[in-house]
Design a protein around this ligand. Structure first.
Ligand code: SAM
Length: 258
């Protein structure tokens, strides 16, 4: 599978920067790629610590919503160190195929080493591909299901990413998009911001990664609400789109059917 050249640089979204995004150094695809390379060594530990292990539950839900079943050919986009790809692998079993795609080489190296150190036979069905979510190296209607966990918020062009997911999905199949929820409830939104500022960033500081995690709040503010995600999916051409809040409204999952 060919890897994709990634030397583009594009401002994140068209909106004027908010007071938070002004202190945000992460502005283009190359910056983001570098950021995810830097946090790769501690990414899994921090996820467990910061969500008290809950991200595993949300990821299982996301996989189940994707509709993946035994023997399917599936894609985990922005796979990082592979959590969702491993769960997809268990779903589709040894007769199925999983591709985990990411543009961070460091994340993919960790995913591959986790794959080798895990004994489950089905994990042999996973291939890691270095590539760009905005220009997928797969033919049309290639996959039976797609997952993307905490990835859509991080790509520089969400519309293009949705179009690419739509293109590579077989008609009738689903994409499951797990991410932070941009809540329209002021209490939930303030609580989420407070947790990130007072728990997540200080914890990341302990790993020397405060700057890298400070982008979280602004990336959520610049993300789409559940309703906006449903609208984006329908405008992209998906026939059905539903958004579910999870984790007390801190997280959300869009399920769209091609
Ligand atoms: C927050 S991590 C999520 C990793 C994993 N899905 C999880 O849930 O733990 C976001 C991932 O998206 C990847 N990413 C961001 N933009 C991308 C793009 N345009 N193409 C491919 N990967 C991208 C990053 O490299 C990073 O590994």
């Amino acid at each position: 599978m060919a890897s994709v050249h990634l030397s583009f640089c594009q401002l994140a979204g068209n909106r004027p920067p908010s007071h938070r995004s002004r202190r945000l150094p992460v502005r283009c695809a190359d910056d983001r790629q570098a950021l995810f390379n830097r946090i790769a060594p501690v990414y899994d530990n921090l996820n467990d610590l910061l969500s008290l292990g809950q991200h595993r539950v949300w990821k299982r839900m996301a996989v189940s919503w994707s509709g993946a079943k035994v023997g399917d050919n599936v894609l985990d986009l922005c796979c990082g160190s592979g959590d969702l790809a491993f769960l997809m692998s268990e779903k589709v079993g040894p007769t199925g195929k999983v591709i985990g795609l990411d543009f961070s080489k460091e994340q993919l190296l960790i995913a591959a080493s986790r794959q080798h150190s895990r004994p489950k036979a089905c994990y042999k069905n996973i291939k890691w591909v270095e590539g760009d979510a905005l220009n997928l190296p797969f033919s049309d209607s290639y996959f039976d299901a797609v997952t993307i966990g905490y990835g859509l918020r991080n790509v520089v062009d969400k519309q293009k990413a949705m179009k690419e997911m739509y293109r590579v999905l077989r008609p009738g199949s689903k994409v499951s998009v797990l991410d932070f929820n941009k809540s329209t409830n002021p209490f939930t939104a303030s609580f989420q911001e407070w947790v990130i500022d007072t728990v997540v960033v200080p914890a990341a500081t302990g790993f020397g990664l405060a700057k890298e995690y400070r982008y979280l709040n602004s990336s959520i503010q610049e993300f789409l609400t559940g309703k906006e995600l449903e609208k984006l999916a329908l405008e992209t051409g998906f026939s059905n789109a539903r958004y579910f809040e999870v984790g007390g409204g801190l997280m959300g999952n869009l399920v769209a059917t091609r």
